[in-house]
Design a protein around this ligand. Structure first.
Ligand SMILES: Cc1cc2nc3c(=O)[nH]c(=O)nc-3n(C[C@H](O)[C@H](O)[C@H](O)COP(=O)(O)OP(=O)(O)OC[C@H]3O[C@@H](n4cnc5c(N)ncnc54)[C@H](O)[C@@H]3O)c2cc1C
Length: 439
């Protein structure tokens, strides 16, 4: 059986790596750009390792990566972010973020009574008895609860930092999704980790697995431009070739899939996913030639909805000797009335970000060795709010398979890319198995 995978990001590489394990499958992975990794692409500059997307792993011991580690025999190590140095700032007042019971007891953002309530709510979610999962959204749950505004604000803030979305969007995340997410996270013994050495440690091993298989090929800089169905085969067209396959896996953002299938017989079945919105952020990475300050590992400015991670405080492998790597992220709005308004909003975020750097990392401007600012980075191709619908990995009347971070799967962000790809690959392997048994 010949399989085509379109997209060489985390999802496409994962699906291909699993399929190389099956002797009945051969295939080609098409990637349109000159490098693999997609939004998890990693590159070196002046001795710093920069990620296009960040590599925080939430609950790594319960994460799909842990299954992949065993099933695909990957080797990597990870390091826990120092939770005691995760800080929230509100009205210029700094306090530890209430991400676990110890920090919660220390946080100044809540009164003693509020802390008791917050602990109670979290404990109840862990026990899976809390009724948050019965509410359509976090907003409806908070509306119905008689919690103080500060407790409500903290709930929003916790959700926005784990889902990478603006606090106002946090209210639109489904109660069931949040309940399941925190159930998993609070049971984890490693809640916030980095894969040491960044995403390339994973993507290089997946690539190695695929290229060392005699039955697989990686076609770089080959954008798949067209797809036709002829004689029971899918014919893929790139600038270099026209090739027939038995199955096709789309491993790209949902928006790209919809654009790709426009005008084909399958377009109408994708209509329910057309109006999905993505999560976009502004990224401000700076590599410093020396450590200017290390007051915390993460600071979230609750007033301006921006945060800075001292990435190298946890992962020192990403910097040259004595260097420091800081990553600022600003949550962005979805809608702007005009292009001028969008530009002004982004300029404001840039100013607020630099002010946050000035406040906590004085002298950073003078020792900046590397800088990367992206004003529109897609963190998740489908924001996981109730007004959006994640793309299923299979759709009735559509013969293709879909995976990626905008597809149905376990977890959020990269985990959904891994988990949806793993489940697509395993379902194809099952189909092959069943077909063999009936022969
Ligand atoms: C700023 C930022 C911070 C992030 N932080 C985190 C984090 O801390 N933790 C976490 O878990 N996740 C994080 N993420 C999310 C994570 O990076 C993504 O979820 C993940 O990389 C998505 O992988 P994917 O394979 O689904 O899609 P993509 O990476 O978008 O891969 C799709 C690939 O398909 C290729 N392609 C598209 N069309 C075609 C075509 N026609 N022919 C051939 N190839 C094609 C593209 O070039 C691309 O390489 C972050 C992302 C960003 C941007």
């Amino acid at each position: 059986m010949k399989i085509a995978i379109i997209g060489g990001g985390l999802a496409g590489l994962t699906a291909a790596a699993y399929l190389t394990e099956n002797p009945h499958v051969e295939g080609t992975l098409f990637e349109r750009s000159p490098q693999l990794g997609g939004r998890a692409f990693t590159y070196e500059k002046n001795g710093f390792t920069l990620n296009y997307g960040a590599h925080t792993i939430y609950g790594i011991d319960r994460h799909t990566l842990s299954s992949m580690e065993h099933e695909l025999r990957l080797t990597f190590s990870s390091k826990q972010v120092d939770k005691r140095k995760v800080v929230y700032s509100k009205h210029n007042h700094l306090t530890t973020a209430p991400i676990d019971a110890i920090n919660l007891l220390r946080t100044d953002l809540l009164s003693t009574m509020q802390k008791v309530r917050f602990v109670g709510e979290i404990t109840a979610i862990i026990a899976n008895i809390h009724n948050l999962k019965n509410y359509n959204t976090l907003g409806e749950y908070l509306e119905a609860s008689n919690a103080d505004d500060d407790v409500k604000e903290l709930w929003e803030h916790l959700v926005c930092s784990n889902f990478f979305i603006a606090p106002e969007d946090a209210r639109h995340v489904s109660g069931a999704v949040i309940s399941e997410y925190y159930h998993n996270l609070f049971l984890s013994s490693k809640p916030v980790n980095y894969v040491l050495g960044s995403w390339s440690v994973i993507t290089n091993q997946l690539k190695e697995k695929i290229t060392s298989s005699e039955h697989w090929e990686i076609a770089m800089q080959e954008s798949v431009e067209e797809l036709q169905f002829e004689d029971q085969k899918f014919i893929l067209q790139t600038k270099n070739r026209r090739q027939a396959f038995d199955k096709v896996i789309f491993a790209m953002p949902v928006q790209h899939v919809i654009k790709f299938l426009k005008g084909t017989a399958w377009e109408p079945f994708l209509a329910p996913y057309e109006s999905n919105t993505a999560t976009e952020v502004m990224i401000y990475d700076v590599g410093l030639s020396r450590i200017v300050a290390r007051p915390f590992t993460y600071i979230s400015d609750m007033d301006n909805k921006i945060f800075i991670s001292d990435v190298s405080a946890t992962d020192h492998t990403l910097v040259p000797e004595g260097g420091q790597l800081l990553q600022g992220i600003a949550y962005l709005k979805d809608h702007y009335d005009s292009e001028e308004q969008r530009k002004a909003y982004l300029d404001d975020k840039n100013t607020q970000m630099e002010a946050l750097f000035d406040q906590h990392y004085p002298g950073w401007r003078e020792v900046t060795a590397v800088k990367r600012v992206s004003k529109k980075a897609m963190v998740s191709s489908v924001k996981n709010v109730t007004t959006n619908t994640l793309l299923p990995t299979r759709i009735d009347h559509v013969p293709f398979y879909f995976c990626g971070d905008g597809c149905e799967g376990k977890g959020e962000l990269a985990e959904r890319a891994f988990s949806s790809a793993r489940s697509v690959a395993l379902s194809i392997v099952n189909e092959i198995q069943e077909a063999l048994q009936t022969v």
